[in-house]
Design a protein around this ligand. Structure first.
Ligand SMILES: *[C@@H]1O[C@H](CO)[C@@H](O)[C@H](O)[C@H]1NC(C)=O
Ligand SMILES: *[C@@H]1O[C@H](CO)[C@@H](O)[C@H](O)[C@H]1NC(C)=O
Ligand SMILES: *[C@@H]1O[C@H](CO)[C@@H](O)[C@H](O)[C@H]1NC(C)=O
Ligand SMILES: *[C@@H]1O[C@H](CO)[C@@H](O)[C@H](O)[C@H]1NC(C)=O
Ligand SMILES: *[C@@H]1O[C@H](CO)[C@@H](O)[C@H](O)[C@H]1NC(C)=O
Ligand SMILES: *[C@@H]1O[C@H](CO)[C@@H](O)[C@H](O)[C@H]1NC(C)=O
Length: 362
């Protein structure tokens, strides 16, 4: 009874964003159990024609879904989509995720202060956050199977809190990936010029959106002329501490740590320690990003990515750097599949399972 309910829930949710041919053998889902209720769970995806059984598992009331074998580096990004024109281009482009920045500012330099799409120091835009989200939703509604996900980079705690009403009205209706990003900890290299977003207030807001991926990072200072720098043990501990202090370990929200390529490449040991401390409670991944022109030791970065595996690393870097990384050259044959589907599907599984668990716990 409970089992069939889950099957139905996952199937219904998955079908919404699928409808694309999937190579089922490329996926493996493992349902990790705590306190077993012994519910067999079938995860079902709908192909264009029929259903395919992916895997069977069991989980208990605090269980979690662990995904394996999804190549997250294959997910493609449109970056800094902060204007009406860039949004129109991104919606028409063959990309999976739309990344954009939000500041408190004005629409076309007039009227009241409100959340708009811009990167500091700019605070005038021709696109408000509300309109941005509406346009993506409208696009996704008529592009079933090719929905785009959204990553919102909040540049201050004020704009995040000012956006909560808009997020309340839109996030619950989203059937596609939504990431909430902020730099919440002072990071390398002595990046003291920008103020981190207050972690407690950011997490408090994010608690409202259990389906959202929390993308939490460090402020950074880097560029073409930098060579020395890493995410230090102290900076990683501060991140871990803020996750624990704000009870994110009990919400089970998926976490991704956005790390700057040039610095991350030199922090393999520290990042492994950090992810290992979080991944027993929250699904966690890295999102490697880079600014154009940043110094990056490509060999070290490649080593970092394979040390975690392509199933744990998103890659939002300029095309030139991505090409240098030569990620196809693993020496092993790999299956190809639609990455956004796996990505959205994993997020939805988390969401569905955690909603179901909450219902059971009540
Ligand atoms: C949940 O189940 C696992 C076995 O799969 C067990 O090791 C773990 O202790 C259980 N968790 C709780 C909280 O009972
Ligand atoms: C935009 O930034 C300028 C310069 O920092 C500031 O004077 C102005 O008040 C800001 N406008 C809004 C609406 O925040
Ligand atoms: C975290 O949870 C504990 C125990 O439930 C509670 O006392 C504390 O206030 C919570 N902290 C936050 C920041 O929500
Ligand atoms: C957690 O991360 C560590 C280090 O990356 C890895 O060895 C371990 O398998 C991970 N555990 C899970 C449950 O993903
Ligand atoms: C992962 O995806 C990237 C980008 O599409 C591709 O170049 C690479 O071959 C894939 N790697 C693996 C191990 O599947
Ligand atoms: C699916 O992937 C497997 C290997 O993972 C491969 O043998 C098979 O041919 C693929 N099927 C399709 C339809 O692409």
């Amino acid at each position: 009874m409970k089992g069939s309910m889950i099957i139905c829930m996952l199937a219904c949710l998955a079908v919404k964003i699928n409808g694309i041919a999937l190579n089922v053998s490329a996926y493996h889902y493992e349902l990790q159990a705590n306190q077993l209720v012994n519910v067999p769970v079938a995860i079902v995806l709908q192909d264009q024609l029929d259903y395919a059984l992916i895997d069977m598992g069991r989980f208990n009331k605090t269980g979690k879904v662990v995904s394996k074998a999804a190549n997250l580096t294959a997910i493609s990004w449109a970056h800094a989509v902060n204007s009406q024109q860039l949004l129109a281009e991104a919606l028409n482009a063959d990309i999976d995720m739309i990344e954009a920045d939000i500041v408190l500012g004005q629409l076309n330099g007039e009227g009241e202060q409100l959340p708009v799409m811009a990167h500091p120091p700019a605070n005038i835009s021709d696109l408000t956050l509300e309109d941005f989200l509406h346009q993506i939703k409208a696009h996704n509604e008529v592009h079933e199977g090719a929905e785009k996900g959204v990553k919102l980079d909040f540049k201050s705690i004020e704009v995040f809190e000012g956006a909560l009403d808009i997020l309340d009205a839109t996030i619950p209706k989203m059937s596609y990936p939504i990431w909430l990003n902020a730099d919440i900890i002072n990071g390398p290299v002595e990046a003291l010029s920008s103020t981190p977003v207050d972690p407690a207030r950011f997490f408090a807001g994010c608690m409202r959106y259990k389906q959202a991926v929390l993308s939490i990072g460090w402020t950074t200072r880097w560029g073409p002329d930098y060579r020395e720098g890493m995410y230090t043990d102290a900076q990683c501990s501060a991140m871990l501490q803020s996750i624990q202090d704000n009870n994110v370990t009990s919400t089970g929200q998926p976490i991704t740590f956005p790390v700057r390529a040039g610095i991350a490449a030199q922090s393999e040991e520290q990042l492994h320690k950090l992810l290992a401390s979080v991944n027993s409670t929250n699904e966690c991944t890295l999102t490697i990003w880079s600014s154009a022109g940043d110094y990056v030791d490509v060999e070290l970065l490649r080593k970092l990515i394979f040390s975690f595996g392509v199933e744990r690393v998103y890659l939002d870097v300029p095309a030139e750097l991505a090409a240098q990384l030569d990620l196809g050259n693993t020496g092993k044959a790999t299956a190809t599949f639609n990455s956004l589907v796996s990505f959205g599907f994993v997020s939805l599984c988390f969401w569905a399972v955690s909603s179901w668990l909450q219902m059971q716990l009540k």
